[in-house]
Design a protein around this ligand. Sequence first.
Ligand SMILES: [Zn+2]
Ligand SMILES: [Zn+2]
Ligand SMILES: [Zn+2]
Length: 125
Amino acid sequence: MTPQRRAIVAEVMRTQGHISPTALARRVQGDMPGVNASTIYRTLALLEEVGVLAHAHLESGAEYHKAEEAGHVHLTCSNCGAEDDLSIEEAKALVRVIERHHGFQPDLTHFAISGLCSDCLAAAS
Ligand SMILES: [Zn+2]
Ligand SMILES: [Zn+2]
Ligand SMILES: [Zn+2]
């Protein structure tokens, strides 16, 4: 492993919660100005391949989680960008409704569900 890769992996391990590739690139490049963005993206993809990270698609783009923290459904407000999480437990009823439709098994953790948060809804009415 190159020192650049090691710096990227260390930064990933230090990050709590969502790991935005662009924010990660900014922090790594702050410590190590020579690291180019494609090395960072490749390293993230590699960490996903070996099962350390998992990605999800949010309103703002793809983000990574530590694989063991990825088990939740994202709710994203398409008006203000607020994010909330639904636990797998809470999403079970929804999964069952979808499964009943031709036995399709949804992975609700992969794409965010967009809509309006309660604040935006209150402001709109
Ligand atoms: Zn998340
Ligand atoms: Zn994806
Ligand atoms: Zn909102």
